[in-house]
Design a protein around this ligand. Sequence first.
Ligand SMILES: NC(=O)c1ccc[n+]([C@@H]2O[C@H](COP(=O)([O-])OP(=O)(O)OC[C@H]3O[C@@H](n4cnc5c(N)ncnc54)[C@H](OP(=O)(O)O)[C@@H]3O)[C@@H](O)[C@H]2O)c1
Length: 340
Amino acid sequence: MPSTPHIAIIGVTGAVGQEFLRVLDQRDFPIGRLTLLASARSAGKKATFRDQSYTIEQLTEDSFKNVDLALFSAGGSISRKFAPIASDAGATVVDNSSAFRQTDGVPLIVPEVNADAMNGISLGKGGIIANPNCSTIIMLVPVTPLHRAAGVERMVVSTYQAASGAGQAAMLELEQQTREVLDDQPPTCEVFDRQYAFNLFSHNSDIGDDGYNTEETKMVRETHKIWGDPNVGITATCVRVPVMRAHAESINLQLNSPLTADEARDILAAAPGVGIIDDRPNNRFPTPLDASGQDDVLVGRLRNDVSRGDDGRGIDMFVCGDQLLKGAALNAVQIAEKLL
Ligand SMILES: NC(=O)c1ccc[n+]([C@@H]2O[C@H](COP(=O)([O-])OP(=O)(O)OC[C@H]3O[C@@H](n4cnc5c(N)ncnc54)[C@H](OP(=O)(O)O)[C@@H]3O)[C@@H](O)[C@H]2O)c1
């Protein structure tokens, strides 16, 4: 593997793809050659990276010659078709879609949590690594240190998910609808099938026979895979809120051993990838605006669950994380850094 790998970004014009460019630059990721790929709609458009202009190319089966690292963020169907082609051509794939997250032999990685699970994969030697769902990553960065300290027996999470989680078009729709509603115009509903501005609704993913939507099921199944423990109890309620960027989550933990909120705060203060905003006197806790553009997942409202028994095994907290960064591009680049 060359010390300056050839990197391809698939879906570079999208919400996550644009963050890939920023994160690779900010983190001084070594790059020998860069190939920018998107659909035929974007072929020929220009993008700038480190003061150099690049022409975006259409993704084809021949796009991966001599590519060492392929960062995919163009949706599940594109990944399903092209990630194996990239891997067979020798590129190591880090995939942001859900296509391979539950595939046996494909590691599902949050570097702070389970980097060991990708041992044996080397840059430029093929292989697929999956990036977890953004809500799962934002939950597990702060919950895993507490899990290691006191063991999570059961977790109840409710999400407040931003427009950016549904891509560039959803962000534009929220902006347009906000203007339209303020102007007394009917809102344009193309990405979502109902008014989003000044509203909120259950996550727009498919609902299964059990009543859980796919986003909720992903949070459960992905946590089981990442922690390597299918017995942890997890239930999720995922909601789309009219916030432009960064997801929030309310998390209640029932633990195996006693843990106080103060002890949890101390553990989280030392945890990688976690920032704390927990200012009770001033009622200042994490917000999506605080988290936007930040690498860390922000944690606050740490408190002893008032409903917990005398055994002291319940903790409540509220977290916010930029799901385009830690929930997608940053996590994927951190995975790639482990391969260097
Ligand atoms: N948004 C998030 O917070 C987030 C978080 C975690 C994971 N993800 C995952 O990341 C992926 C991208 O999400 P996004 O939010 O960035 O979506 P997006 O803003 O809608 O961007 C989609 C990207 O895919 C490209 N694309 C579409 N069809 C293509 C084709 N046939 N061939 C090549 N490229 C094609 C688009 O290129 P054109 O511009 O040419 O159409 C665009 O670059 C999805 O799998 C999503 O589930 C997203």
